[in-house]
Design a binder for this molecule. Sequence first.
Ligand SMILES: [Zn+2]
Length: 286
Amino acid sequence: MFKPFPASFLLIVLLAPMATAELVLSLQSRSKAQPDRVVTVKKTWRADQTALIICDMWDDHWCKSAARRVEEMTGPLNEVVKKVRDQGVLIIHAPSSVVDFYKGTPQRRYAQNVPFVKPPIKLSTKNRWGTKWCWPDPDFEGVLPIDDSDMGCSCKDPKCEIREAWTRQIKGIEIFEGDAITDHGQETFNLLAAKKVENVILCGVHLNMCVLGRPFGIRQMVKLGKNVALMRDMTDTMYNPQRPPGVDHFTGTDLVVAHVERYWCPTFTSADLTGKKAFRFAADKR
Ligand SMILES: [Zn+2]
């Protein structure tokens, strides 16, 4: 005989709050005064109040080594993106200077059409080449621990020639309904405001340049007062080991990660999100 649930039971089910997915992160940081001491704090972020910004994971790069490393990182990064998207994290694809490739797509229009919200501070301004950039700020940070003044081609001879090699985001990072595409500081701020996002995870390349300096990058997000964290195994640098401090490429990246932890924001690895091992480049033989 069919026995209906008692009405009180149904009421409890209907009123039970939707479970909100949470991200439990082991956030690693350093103080300005004691940079050699690593402090790790467990923090829980609500997934629906968090954005993941994917910086400049382009389809190609003028430096062949840099392009190879992006390709290697793409599959593992896409797995992380899929996982957190399903949990309710807002995914912002930020392939700088090539967002027009996505002109007219729902994800590009989403970023363009979300209502304007006035930011609490003036957003980053144009540099002398006309690119919007959040420059190193001596009030916030010391000089970068690596010399990237040669733009950081890590190839042995021949060295790569600088050119505009990118046309779009690398295909392996999937773009889904509900994601946004922008490289624009104001559009990024509007998106975060519309979704009431207070927590921002940065990943992608290159840490010593775009991940720190873009108008959606670490410096700008910290200055806007967001809780910012770098996913440190899902990034890379432009660093030529022939330049100071003369360490191998991956140690150079670690030095920049430590710089970020000291001056800007904590870091964590994708293992916190996937439960799997953190990503490591095959050429990293340390
Ligand atoms: Zn190169």
